[in-house]
Ligand binder design. Structure first.
Ligand SMILES: *Cc1c(COP(=O)(O)O)cnc(C)c1O
Length: 366
């Protein structure tokens, strides 16, 4: 690709000296599971998110799964999820034995339509699991008030929302637990798998600390049936370096988004709608068009990397065939899967390439 969708090597090169130093510090320390690097990152990440606690885990899927377990969700329980999301959101719910209850998104923001949630609540509903999709915060205020009215827990999937803000407050401490992924391609990305949970609730933080470590606080004393899901200190050291650059890298993303929004205004493509209470982290810049496939082919032919997030909604995935969803049960999710296209928005792309990308999108979309 002439213009790659994402250049992870460029991100490493920008911080190579600092990252190499940090990695060597861990190698020299002799401490390779949990320990001071992980604790320091946890403190720094909690502070960044405005949360009291952060607990590092192995990846974003574990952050979601362990959060559900810490919230006491399991077989017989229902969890409300968006009908359009990365499958990990659903996998966490089904892996603890609970039932996914999908709710359609607002097609303008791509996020769960809070006004449709109450219709899907039953006596078995235990939690709401909004996703801040593409980096844009979901509308948390009505979601939190539904949760209060019905006595439900709120777990946020913030895997795409590092640095996003809702009504001026960072994502990371609104719900009962907030699950983060530091997969390399995320806004804050490690050099391998990594994840975390943030929360203001000391009991939830404590449970996740136990769950990630075999259910153990003291070596060889096991209080609960746990897992092995540690945040690797090498990754924690890398994340501490990258965290110092997150705001600057997010502001580069915002510049690119602003330019796309300006140059694609008044064209045939649907643009991401940003409510005034939302500050997006611009993880992805997602346009929509019935001519999505032509635009995709045109950009690919021109050597411009673009991706589809996501081409098959979870309810239509083979993995969930046994849930027997009607393919037409969630028409908005289905339409989005047919029409969305993510344009390059990495902090390491040249702002000037936006013009060329836009010209190609326009001519293929008209
Ligand atoms: C990346 C992602 C996850 C999973 O994170 P991993 O670290 O890859 O396990 C979960 N939910 C969403 C919305 C994601 O984008």
């Amino acid at each position: 690709m002439r213009i790659p969708f994402l250049d992870l090597r460029a991100a490493y090169r920008e911080l190579q000296v600092e990252i190499d130093d940090a990695v060597h510090r861990v190698l020299d320390s002799g401490w390779y599971i949990l320990g001071p690097e992980v604790e320091s990152f946890e403190n720094e990440w909690a502070t960044y998110c405005g949360a009291k606690y952060a607990v590092g885990v192995a990846n974003g899927l574990d952050a979601l799964t362990l959060s559900l377990r810490a919230l006491g969700i399991g077989p017989g329980d229902e969890v409300i999820v968006p009908s359009n999301t990365y499958i990990a959101t659903w996998l966490a719910v089904t892996s603890v034995g609970a039932k996914v209850v999908p709710v359609e998104p607002d097609p303008a923001t791509h996020n769960i339509d809070a006004s449709k949630i109450t219709n899907s609540i039953t006596r078995s509903t235990k939690a709401l699991l909004p996703v801040h999709l593409y980096g844009q915060p979901a509308d948390l205020s009505p979601i939190m008030s539904v949760a209060r009215n019905y006595g439900l827990k709120v777990l946020e999937d913030a895997a795409q929302a590092h640095g996003a803000k809702y009504q001026g407050t960072p994502i990371g401490a609104h719900g009962d637990a907030i699950a983060w992924s530091f997969y390399p391609g995320k806004n804050l990305g490690a050099l391998g798998d990594a994840g975390a949970v943030t929360t203001n609730n000391p009991d939830i933080a404590d449970k996740i600390r136990l769950l990630r470590n075999y259910g153990s606080r003291l070596k060889y004393k096991n209080e609960m049936v746990g897992f092995n899901s540690h945040l690797d200190p090498l990754q924690a050291a890398v994340l501490r370096i990258k965290l110092r650059h997150l705001d600057e890298w997010n502001s580069r993303r915002k510049h690119i988004a602003t330019k796309y929004l300006r140059e694609l205004n008044d064209t045939h493509v649907a643009l991401p709608e940003c409510p005034n209470w939302a500050e997006s982290a611009w993880h992805l810049f997602v346009i929509g068009s019935p001519k999505r496939n032509s635009i995709y082919e045109r950009l690919s032919m021109e050597g411009i990397g673009c991706l589809i997030h996501y081409p098959i909604p979870p309810h239509m995935q083979e993995a969930y065939a046994e849930l027997n969803f009607n393919p037409n049960a969630f028409p908005i999710a289905r339409k989005l899967a047919d029409e969305v296209l993510s344009l390059p928005i990495s902090p390491h792309m040249n702002l000037d390439t936006v013009d060329e990308i836009v010209e190609n999108v326009k001519s293929a979309a008209s």
